[in-house]
Each structure stands twice: as structure tokens, then as C-alpha cells.
Ligand binder design. Structure first.
Ligand code: ADP
Length: 561
């Protein structure tokens, strides 16, 4: 074949840049509201038009402070209008918005600030004590800016600037400069359950493409008729892209601030006619508990995305059957901006028997256009999409990480990003995460999905929360141990709980033991901290281990039999 010059398309090469999202909202949905519960205690409301003006004032203020394009400006803040201004007022002129998770250990935060080389840090006053702790360890930060009204500054050791004073000095007459779509936009660090956190540096192009993908009808499906309350924090993976997808679609935004308890969320959802929300299962547990205790229902909420960790089927059923709220189960990760898959049915799937539909919806769902995925075995070969074969999940796409910030070695394997998750993909191409690869329980050489075991336990009425971890076993190498927190005022015995598994999972998947605890350790992003749990139960002796020690064979047999 002879090489020819490709015939190029003749359409405009307009870069995909983040500030264009807010400009679009300000122009076309200028009077649509952004409502925020503030740290100051009141409810603040203004519009996309106001938001763009203040984001421009912030850009002017940061430029006046000497922040150059490419430099990092960090945020330590709850979901609120000032945080949204920071999302656009930094990135809009080419700086990078580095969102810090304040729930990390302070020393980890200091590591992140120094690693990112943050020029300024914008912070909610809730975090004033944290800033006082960080400032001496982060000498390269040129200034700490308090996101507060004048007169609301707490007493601090660190000299700080006031956000509102900085904004007042600017007129907002500012044009967003032309940017290259490949320029960096946001910097998000993984929570680092092992080792130091690693930075994922998004680009304008990846952020905008992700916002398109997130908005699709079979993804989050946002529209200008929605009022969206992101419970998922803006300091965690860009609140799953909602701060970009909402202006893209013209949805109203409702920010809950720092109060994420069931009552506060419910009241805000009701008063602002919220139709759509998104968050991790732990938060929804609190909300559902409140609804049950208070005996109230939603009058406007009709769907919610649940992700970040597996949504227990029992939670999905409660939302749908008791409260008429559609649950969209989603999977993703920081390295993927984060959205990968969401559980929505095709027309044909929605004609199947209800139990079959539900089985599909309990899975993490279908890839959105832009995310390519495969599951591979230990030899790196692709496994079949039969819903049975477990494998390491690899992904690629325009909003998937290529390399970590300030790290030379590439994390990719043959051009694919290994997610660290273990999954099956079924013939409907629905993904099901069975484990983090380090959490999978390897019993006699076969894998047991800890998520499946936890889901059964959580469906028991006396169980509030459950974690399943691997416990050392002389015969099978590892066997599952179930660690359970009981619901207040309810009781259940080890035997009853184990009997509850009969007929629900393969016999050899049933845990060997149950330990009851008052609470389970969680990571800064609300996930079960299994590493810590395994540490706590390192010396736990399974009753089955004592029995099997008597006649331990040299070669472990598969407990399948
Ligand atoms: P971290 O910083 O803790 O890695 P991420 O939000 O990036 O935070 O976590 C991504 C991981 O969370 C995924 O790799 C997966 O293990 C887990 N996860 C996310 N969503 C789900 C889900 N719906 N079901 C099961 N696991 C999930």
C-alpha cells in the first residue's frame, strides 16, 4: 500500500477548555441558581452569571498575586459556591486547581502540598486549625487564603489573606485567555491506602470530554430541569465531574457545605427541590436511617448515583422500593476522572423479568463511550465476558491517566491502565467489581469475592455494616472472616449470621468466622480500610484452622468439593 497524506477534516479546531463550560452556563442559563449551605451557617444563593463574574474576579486576584499559568492553587474546602469559583477562577487562566482531601492525615496533606508545590491554598475556615498545623511544614506556599466573609476570620497563628477582600479589589472585567486543551486543569491525589498519595493531573480536554460523558442520558443524565446536590465532595475526584456537567447542561446546583448528616441533607433536598444526587454508600446509609426514623419520604428526588465502593443490593432495594428513587450504581477511580461504568438498562434488558433486571442493576454497569475495558488473567491474556471469569481490570480512554504527576515510570501495561480492581464482565457487557486485587480472598488457589460476602451480610436486618477480609488458614492459605457492626438495639449471633448465607453463595464462600465490633475503620474517602482491618485481625484464629491443623495436607486442595 502506498503512503498518502491523510485528508484532514475542515472543521474549526476550537480547543476543549474548562472555562467555556461556565461561560456557556452564564450565557444560556444565566439566571439558574447555585444554592449553598455556608460555613457561616446561612443559605447562600446566586446564579451562574454571578458565579462567572466572581470566578473572573478570583482569576484577576490570583494573577495580581503573581500566580502564573501552570502553577498549582490548592483548595481545602467543602462543597460550596466559593469552591466552585475556585474550580474556574484558577483553571480559567491556565493555573491548576489542586483539590486537597482534608480528611487525610495532616502529615499526608503536608506531603501532598509540598509534592504539588502549591503556590496558594484557599481554605474554608473549618480547616483553620489544620492550616496552622500545615503552614510550618509547607514553607513554599506563598499565601493561605481564607474563604470567608470579612469579619468571619477565626484567630490563627498563620498570617492569612481574605478571599472576599481579594475579590473586592477586582472588577471582573476579564476575558478567559486562549488555552491549549492539553494544558493541565485539575490535580487530584489518590487517597493512598498504601504508600504516599499519587497525583492524577487532568487536562482541559480530559475534563471537558469527561463532562460530556458524565452528562449523557445513560450516564448521570443531567439536564436543565434538574436540581443537583453533589454529596460527593469537590475535594474528591472533582465531585465525580458534577461541577462541570451541571454548567454544561444548565442544571441547578445545590451545595450541602459541611453538614452531611441525614437530617441536613434531607431538609436541603426538600427545600431546594433536588431531583438528582450522588455519593458514597456510607452517606446514603445515614440518609436512609434518618428517613426511616423520621418517617419521611422524598418529594422531588428521583435518582441518585451511588459509587466509590460497592452499593449493597439492600440499599438499592430500599431506595427504589421504599422511596421511589432510581439508583444508578457507578464505578470509577481518581485515575479515570473518575467515571467508568454506570448501571442503566437497554430497552431489551428492561423487558426481562424484574429479578433479572435487578441482578444487572446491582452490578457496576456498562462502560460509557470513552472508556474501553478488558479483564485479564495472570498471563495478561484477555478473559471472556461470560460473567464468570474473574480478572484484573484494565482500562484506557481520553480521560484515563497516562502517568502520575512527577513520577517517571509509566503505570501502563501495553498501553492500558491496570485499575487494581478484580472484575467479571457478563454477556450484557455489565461490569461487576468483585474486589480490589489486594482484598480478594484466595482460598485453596480459588478466589472469593469479599464484596459478595459483605452484600449478603448487609442484607440481614441486624447488620449495620460488614467487612470481609482474608484470614490465614493452614490448609486453604486464606479463608474469609466476616467483621460486623450490629444495628443499634439489635442482636444476631455468629451461627444465625452464618446460616443466613445458606443458598445465597457457594458453600465454600461462606465465612469461617464472624467477629463483632463497634465500628469499622474507613479511609478518608469513606471506604472500608481493609489493610488496617487485616492488621487488627492478624492474629485471629479461625475455628476451622484449629480443626484443619490436625490433618493439614501438604498440597492445599480446592475447597470447591
Ligand atoms: P482511592 O483514592 O481510595 O483509590 P478512588 O475514588 O480513586 O479513591 O477509588 C477508586 C476505587 O474505589 C476503585 O478502584 C474501586 O476499587 C473502588 N470503587 C469505586 N466505585 C466502586 C463500586 N461501585 N463498586 C466497588 N468498588 C468501587
Amino acid at each position: 500500500m502506498t503512503m498518502t497524506t491523510p485528508l484532514l477534516g475542515q472543521m474549526m479546531d476550537v480547543p476543549l477548555t474548562v472555562p467555556s463550560l461556565l461561560t456557556h452556563a452564564a450565557r444560556h442559563f444565566g439566571s439558574t441558581e447555585i444554592v449553598s449551605r455556608r460555613i457561616e451557617g446561612d443559605l447562600h444563593r446566586y446564579t451562574y452569571r454571578d458565579c462567572e463574574k466572581r470566578a473572573k474576579q478570583l482569576a484577576q486576584a490570583l494573577i495580581a498575586l503573581g500566580v502564573a499559568p501552570g502553577e498549582r492553587v490548592a483548595t481545602l474546602a467543602w462543597n460550596g459556591y466559593r469552591h466552585l469559583e475556585a474550580y474556574y477562577g484558577t483553571v480559567g487562566f491556565g493555573a491548576v486547581c489542586h483539590t486537597i482531601n482534608p480528611r487525610l492525615f495532616p502529615d499526608q496533606i503536608a506531603y501532598i502540598v509540598n509534592h504539588a508545590d502549591d503556590a496558594y491554598v484557599l481554605f474554608d475556615t473549618t480547616f483553620a486549625p489544620l492550616v496552622d498545623h500545615l503552614a510550618p511544614q509547607c514553607p513554599k506556599v506563598r499565601g493561605w487564603i481564607a474563604l470567608a466573609d470579612v469579619g468571619h476570620l477565626p484567630a490563627m497563628q498563620t498570617p492569612v489573606l481574605n478571599y472576599e477582600t481579594l475579590l473586592q479589589a477586582q472588577d471582573g472585567q476579564f476575558e478567559w485567555p486562549e488555552l491549549d486543551e492539553r494544558q493541565a486543569s485539575y490535580l487530584c491525589y489518590t487517597s493512598g491506602t498504601t504508600g504516599n498519595p499519587k497525583g492524577a493531573l487532568y487536562s482541559h480536554r480530559s475534563t471537558v470530554l469527561h463532562a460530556f460523558g458524565a452528562s449523557l442520558p445513560d450516564a448521570m443524565g443531567l439536564s436543565a430541569r434538574d436540581a443537583v446536590l453533589p454529596v460527593v465532595p469537590m475535594f474528591h475526584v472533582n465531585a465525580w465531574g458534577i461541577p462541570h456537567a451541571a454548567p454544561l447542561t444548565g442544571a441547578k446546583l445545590v451545595f450541602p457545605g459541611k453538614d452531611l448528616d441525614g437530617k441536613s441533607l434531607y431538609e436541603l433536598m426538600e427545600s431546594e427541590h433536588v431531583t438528582f444526587s450522588a455519593g458514597v454508600p456510607t452517606v446514603w446509609l445515614g440518609l436512609l436511617n434518618y428517613l426511616r426514623e423520621a418517617g419521611v419520604k422524598f418529594s422531588s428526588l428521583n435518582r441518585t448515583v451511588i459509587g466509590g465502593s460497592a452499593c449493597p443490593p439492600a440499599m438499592l432495594r430500599t431506595f427504589e422500593d421504599d422511596y421511589g428513587v432510581q439508583v444508578i450504581h457507578a464505578w470509577g477511580m481518581t485515575e479515570m476522572s473518575p467515571l467508568g461504568t454506570l448501571s442503566k438498562l437497554t430497552w431489551e434488558q428492561s423487558q426481562r423479568p424484574p429479578a433479572e433486571q435487578r441482578k444487572l442493576l446491582e452490578k457496576q454497569g456498562h462502560a460509557i463511550f470513552g472508556v474501553d475495558m478488558k479483564i485479564v488473567g495472570d498471563d495478561g491474556r484477555s478473559l471472556p465476558w461470560d460473567g464468570v471469569a474473574f480478572g484484573d481490570l484494565h482500562v484506557r480512554g481520553p480521560w484515563v491517566i497516562d502517568r502520575y504527576f512527577r513520577k517517571d515510570e509509566s503505570p501502563l501495561v501495553d498501553g492500558w491502565f491496570p485499575t487494581g480492581d478484580v472484575a467479571t464482565i457478563d454477556p450484557d457487557s455489565f461490569l461487576q467489581i468483585t474486589d480490589r486485587s489486594k482484598d480478594v480472598i484466595k482460598s485453596g488457589g480459588e478466589w472469593i469475592s469479599s464484596i459478595d460476602i459483605e452484600n449478603v451480610a448487609i442484607a440481614h436486618p441486624a447488620v449495620a455494616e460488614a467487612a470481609c477480609i482474608a484470614c490465614a488458614h493452614p490448609k486453604w492459605t486464606e479463608r474469609p472472616l466476616l467483621v460486623v457492626v450490629k444495628r443499634p438495639g439489635m442482636d444476631v449471633s455468629r451461627e444465625t449470621l452464618l446460616a443466613f448465607y445458606d443458598g445465597k453463595v457457594a458453600k465454600w464462600w461462606i465465612p469461617d468466622d464472624v467477629a463483632f465490633v463497634d465500628e469499622l475503620p474507613h479511609t478518608a474517602t469513606g471506604k472500608l480500610q481493609k489493610l488496617k482491618l487485616r492488621d487488627i485481625f492478624r492474629d485471629h484464629v479461625l475455628p476451622s484452622a484449629l480443626e484443619d491443623q490436625k490433618d493439614c495436607p501438604l498440597t492445599p486442595l480446592s475447597p470447591h468439593a
